[in-house]
Design a protein around this ligand. Sequence first.
Ligand code: PGA
Length: 260
Amino acid sequence: MRKPLIAGNWKLHKTINEAKDLAKTLCTKLADVHNTDIVLAPSFTAISAVAEICQESTIKVGGQNCFPEPQGAFTGEVSAAQLNDAGCTYVILGHSERRQLFGEDDAFINAKIHAVLRAGMSAILCVGETLEQREQGDLFEVLGAQVRNGLKDVNDTQMEHVVIAYEPIWAIGTGKTASSDDAAEVHAYIRGLLQGVFSPAVAQNTRIIYGGSVKPDNISELMAQADIDGALVGGASLNAADFAAIANFPRPLHMADTHR
Ligand code: PGA
């Protein structure tokens, strides 16, 4: 049984004090949520402060990116071990903003995945298509390449520490969510793809979460889909009430509650 995961990607928002306030409010509001993994991904500057606040809670902290090399002359970069040292146990990798604005390709993202796994953390690998790719009928080819190349040389055991986030680029920050049927179709495709690369158990156990304009009013419908195991939330994660409502989504029937 896959434990749902709801992650908040704070992107380039919030000072240290603002981040601490949001983390404190969420620790209070979500104190009773034990059946869902909750991850907050602040800016690098606020990671330690947020991690300290979340220490006594079940909320985990994630980085939004990292560099594959452990150390060296890489001005402006942060290593996986440094993120772990600051309190992270998850790192978001290959977000479409990194791919589109900073030119990250699958090979670079794959190197980061290995760095995160070596540092003993979990990786959230983001994949997703542009509207143009979807309209041209290239959806599955694009996603297939992103998943296969992003996970190159990752073994079955390491896959326990990998989460895949399907984030259609046209749905990010636009208010347009993929319909739950469209999202479900893609999630099922990705699970099938994993089965071709890894063992059936890995395909069954890997969490595939959805991202792109997730809000309190669409989370239930998304989570009702059998292959949607959680959400990567951008805009709505900056608001405590909205993120708490998303993390407290009503549990659909197919999720037998083994984690309460
Ligand atoms: P959004 O962002 O929820 O604001 O669409 C999601 C993401 O970029 O991870």
